[in-house]
Design a protein around this ligand. Structure first.
Ligand code: BG6
Length: 485
């Protein structure tokens, strides 16, 4: 890759001292600058409520996060000194935002920056409305160059709040300047879904109800809720994972061929999928919550024992669901989606199960189970894919065995870029293809808001298992099973 993008922009990271900033954003930005992909004269202004921090202490905080990523102390020190600044937003009053605006202008003057600005909201969702209003009222929705607003998921907590949030954001910013970030879209393996489908006609011709029996999407995590009870108690798995990450995967698997590889065409096709999903019935949804259990020989507490969780909490840490995409391509093909915390292992995969032979000639042998061809797209951690097919096992007696044809990214390409690096560069180049349009957000809430409002039963499952029994039943009743149990 050659050349950097967006002449010396200013990154304003609201929530600059938070977990996301320390773990993901600053490491990604520093890496892009070291690679020369972001102009070395760019500045990063961390903004947070803390009135105690100043440029120095902020650099120390971020420096520590970068050191734990194996960079040398000298390099980190130099980079922090050159690039990082801090500004408090205090209690977020109008004058605090005006002070922020003055600081931004002063920095741009002093460092002869281009006037291009990225305003990045790395904030808890409750802080979005106040911050967007504060920025807009202080005139920070305009700049001498371009201004791009990056908003991290979750975008609202149901259809009404998402609409309100969109309306508020649109009162200050154009949709073309709004980058709603779902980091799953920045993952190489997720982007590859487009190439896999639309650059390989052999698969595309099989990608429909005539050939496919069912589709499964699993996003399994070994982690619990870490120290995020205050957020997670409000969110639960349906808001934290299903409404955004899993639904994005559903759209990429289910969409029609876009007319061009452009943000408008891709996002339009994704939105069409969401609008075609039938209302989800209660008996097609299973909620679960992890109880104490063992993962890799280590005992882990149950959700109700996590610090900050209400003792009688009914927040779901697991969701399994059957979706029906009512299009000519997919009608009748179930899309089973599943996500949960405290599974036995971290695993994100999409399994496309093809139809069985209409008549099975090897039945006569009596000992051959009828299998289906399965295409397993492994999104993480062992990135790649496998196509399972049957072969005759050499020798006697006559036996059919299922074997995989496998591709692994690691073997062919080595390590994969970080999703945040990819997406931050796209913000700088002004490419919205991998960002979520307001219509997608609303389309997705339209599906899940009724489910959230139903107050479904929450089934306990032991940590270290693949979720509650009821999730297995969800598939058994249609003659299917989860690919990893
Ligand atoms: C985040 C969720 O969006 O995605 C977390 O808030 C979750 O709860 C994380 O752990 C999973 O991301 P990844 O990239 O590790 O699959």
């Amino acid at each position: 890759m050659g050349g950097h993008h967006g002449a010396s922009p200013l990154f304003v990271i609201l929530g600059g001292t938070g977990d996301l900033s320390r773990r993901k954003l600053f490491p990604a930005l520093s890496s892009l600058m070291r690679q020369g992909l972001i102009d070395e004269n760019s500045l990063l202004l961390g903004v947070a409520r803390d009135t105690e921090h100043d440029d120095e202490s902020f650099r120390a905080l971020i420096g520590e996060a970068l050191l734990s990523r194996g960079l040398s102390p000298d390099d980190v020190g130099r980079w922090c000194e050159a690039c990082l600044r801090y500004q408090t937003i205090g209690k977020g009053a109008a004058e605090d935002f005006r002070a922020l605006a003055s600081r931004i202008k002063a920095l741009e003057r002093e460092h002869q920056l281009s006037g291009n600005r990225v305003l990045y909201l790395a904030l808890p969702p409750g802080a979005y409305p106040g911050t967007i209003t504060g920025l807009g009222e202080a005139g920070l929705n305009r700049s001498p160059g371009w201004t791009r607003l990056v908003i991290e998921k979750p975008f609202g907590s149901d259809l009404t709040s998402a609409r309100d949030l969109h309306q508020l954001v649109h009162s200050y910013f154009e949709e073309s300047d709004i980058y709603r970030l779902d980091h799953y879209l920045g993952k190489e393996t997720v982007q590859n879904l487009l190439v896999f489908r639309f650059s390989n006609p052999i698969f595309e011709s099989l990608w429909n109800r005539d050939r496919v029996q069912s589709i499964q999407i699993t996003v399994a995590e070994e982690l619990g809720i870490e120290q995020r009870a205050s957020y997670y108690e409000q969110a639960g798995a349906i808001r934290d994972m299903v409404q955004n990450h899993l639904t994005q995967l559903v759209t990429l698997v289910g969409m029609e061929v876009p007319s061009t590889f452009s943000a408008a065409a891709v996002r339009y096709e994704k939105t069409k999928v969401l609008r075609s999903i039938a209302p989800v019935l209660s008996h097609d949804v299973v909620f679960g919550q992890y109880a104490r259990g063992t993962i890799n020989g280590r005992e882990v507490p149950g959700y109700l024992e996590e610090p900050g969780v209400a003792p009688d909490s009914r927040t779901e840490t697991f969701v399994a669901m059957k979706l029906e995409v009512d299009t000519w391509r997919w009608q009748g093909v179930p899309f089973y989606i599943r996500t949960g915390k405290r599974f036995p292992q971290r695993l994100t995969q999409i399994a496309i199960t093809f139809r069985r032979p209409p008549v099975y000639m090897f039945d006569s042998l009596g000992f051959c189970p009828i299998t289906s061809n399965v295409l397993l797209l492994s999104l993480q951690p062992d990135e790649g894919f496998s196509l399972f097919f049957d072969v005759k096992k050499p020798g006697e007696p006559f036996t059919v065995e299922t074997v995989p044809l496998t591709f692994r990214y690691g073997e062919t390409f080595g390590s994969l870029p970080d999703a945040y690096e990819t997406l931050l560069l796209d913000v700088l180049t002004g490419d919205q293809t991998l960002f979520v349009h307001a219509d997608e957000v609303e389309g997705s809430w339209q599906i899940y808001t009724p489910i959230i409002e139903k107050g479904l039963e929450v089934h306990p499952y032991q940590a270290g298992t693949w979720g509650p029994e009821a999730a297995d039943q969800l598939l058994y009743q249609h003659g299917h099973t989860w690919h990893t149990r």
